[in-house]
Design a protein around this ligand. Structure first.
Ligand SMILES: Cc1cc2nc3c(=O)[nH]c(=O)nc-3n(C[C@H](O)[C@H](O)[C@H](O)COP(=O)(O)O)c2cc1C
Length: 227
């Protein structure tokens, strides 16, 4: 698969079939993703891949916990700045409108939104998942390294015909995840990632992106294509 096609066909898929994900495909993807760049090659990612019984157990525990209204685990990192400013605030708002609008849920119907969010902890039906940890001592550049690694994983999954959904939602039930994975002390769960074959019967709205000029500056500006 062409890299452009991998990039444009990757999206946060929120509906998977129960078709099993070949473990060899996941091994190929994770072996290749290990070639992701990182500052001074420190490779600060720690991944756990779950399928079968351990994943089923984790989904059950997490969904039961959230459905029971148990409080989320205290934060180990801030998901968004508390005073997210424009244009980020507006983009976040637009995303929520799109996501819940596609499900026919109004922005003010918090209960329906929470019900829809529970699908996160069922991995949207996916039969495989990855959980990515980072050492507590790591700084901002290493968190960026982990982001590059995760995007590499998601693009390689496309080359295997697989789709994914990265999920910070898992960090909110990190203690439940730790019950199953028993990670060593000192690691922070950054996110989970659902992995599987897309259920094409599930409707979705493709998220948009800001105009290029909002996020990229070309200098000298007259050399920009179309300028
Ligand atoms: C680090 C990270 C965490 C995310 N967490 C969640 C999540 O918990 N649940 C979810 O449904 N989507 C999650 N997403 C998906 C984003 O909402 C999605 O990437 C964004 O809206 C852009 O849409 P697209 O990926 O379909 O292009 C996450 C994405 C990233 C990169």
């Amino acid at each position: 698969m062409d890299v452009y096609e991998a990039v444009t066909s990757r999206r946060a898929v929120r509906g998977f079939t129960d078709r099993p994900v070949p473990i060899e495909a996941l091994e190929r993807v994770l072996a290749a993703a290990a070639w992701s760049p990182s500052g001074s090659n420190v490779q600060p990612w720690h991944s756990y891949v779950l399928t079968g019984a351990p994943l089923a157990e984790l989904k059950k525990l997490a969904v039961e916990r959230v459905a029971a209204g148990d409080p989320f685990d205290e934060r180990e990192y801030q998901m968004y700045p508390p005073d997210l400013k424009t244009p980020y605030r507006q983009r976040r708002h637009d995303f929520a409108e799109q996501r819940y609008g596609a499900l026919g849920i109004s922005r003010h119907d918090l209960e329906a939104r929470q019900r829809a969010a529970i699908a996160n902890w069922d991995c949207f039906g996916a039969p495989a998942a990855l959980f990515c940890y980072i050492d507590r001592d790591m700084g901002l550049p290493q968190w960026a390294d982990v982001g590059m690694y995760l995007q590499t994983v998601m693009l390689l999954l496309r080359a295997e015909g697989l789709h994914s959904c990265p999920q910070m939602a898992w960090s909110t039930v990190r203690k439940t995840v730790a019950e199953i994975l028993s990670p060593p002390e000192g690691l922070i769960l950054f996110c989970g990632m659902s992995i599987g074959f897309e259920d094409v019967t599930v409707d979705y709205t493709r998220t948009g992106r800001a105009a290029l000029a909002e996020t990229v500056t070309f200098l000298p500006s007259e050399h920009r294509a179309g300028a």
